[in-house]
Design a protein around this ligand. Sequence first.
Ligand code: PHE
Length: 342
Amino acid sequence: LRSTWLSRVAEAPDAAALEEVRLAALGKKGEISALMKELGRMTPEERQTRGAALNRLRDEIDAALRARKLALDDAALDARLAAEWLDVTLPGRPRPAGSIHPVSQVMDEVTAIFADMGFSVAEGPQVESDWYNFDALNIPPEHPARQEHDTFFMARAAGDDRPPHVLRTHTSPVQIRAMEAMGAPLRIICPGRVYRMDMDQTHTPMFHQVEGLAIGRDISMANLKWTLEEFCRAFFEVDEVELRFRASHFPFTEPSAEVDIRCDWSGGQLKIGQGESWLEILGSGMVHPKVLKAGGIDPAEWQGFAFGMGIDRLAMLKYGIPDLRAFFESDLRWLRHYGFAA
Ligand code: PHE
C-alpha cells in the first residue's frame, strides 16, 4: 500500500493530477481515510497497532504530497521564467514618432497670440453657400471680384437652378456667421481651410487663412493697426515691426488696406522688422456697413475692423520655406529637413 501511494505521488505530472492523488488517498472518500474508519470496528489491541501504522502512513503520504507540490511549482516557475525571458540589454526597436504639421503649429501659435488679446475662435463650414461666401459680403453675382476668386463650385442636382454651393474661397463668410451667432460687440478670429483654383510655387488649391473681426461702438483703424503690430511682434518674435498700410479695395471693407511688413531679404535670409523691402501679409479694412447689416448688426450703432491673412504664407516666412506645395506633399524627408518630424 505504502509503495503504491508513494509512487503515485512521485509520478503525478502536474498540480491537477497531484490533487487527484491526494483526494484518492486522504480525501473524505480516500482509501486511507476509509481504512482509518474501519479502526472503530476493531479490538483495542488491533486498533493500537493498525492505528499507529495508518497514522504514520498518512503522515508519510501527506509529506510526499507536499514535497511533490513544491517540486512541481518550482518546475512551473522555471518553465515560465525560461519562456518569458527578456534580454534588457538588447537595443530597442525605434518607433517613428509623429509630430505637429508646420501649418498646424503656426495655426496654434496665431490662435494663442490673438487669444491673449481677447479674440475667441469662431468656425464655419468649408462647403459654403453662395450667400455667405459672396452676397452677404457685398459681392453680388455680377461683381468682378467673383471671377478673381477662382471658385470651386459644388454640383447641384439636375433641374435645381439655385446658385451652387462653393468651397469657401476665404474665411470671410465666418464674419457673417459670427455676427449672426453672437451679435455686437464681438471679437473673433477664424483659422481654417479655404480653396481656390490656383497652383504654383506660392499657391495651392487648398490653403489656410485666419480671419479677424472686432466690432464695437468706437472701433477704428487705429485699433486695427495696433492689433496687427502686436500680433507681428509676437509671431515673428522681434521687438519692433513696421507695417505699411496701402490703400486697396475689398467689397466687404471700406476703407480697405493691404498691409506690408518691413523686412530684409539681403543675404538670402529673411529678417523681419528691418531692411528696405516690404512684404505683403494681409488684407484688411473697416467692415462695410452693408456687411454689418447682412450680419444683423446696426451700422448706425456699431462699427468694426476685419482682416484676413494667409497662414501658409506666415509659415513660409517664419521657417524660411521657399515652396508652398511641399507643405501638402506629406514627404517625411522634407518634414525632417525643416525639423518638423523626427
Ligand atoms: N477675404 C480677403 C481675401 O481672402 C481678405 C480680407 C479679409 C480682406 C478681411 C479684408 C478684410 O483676400
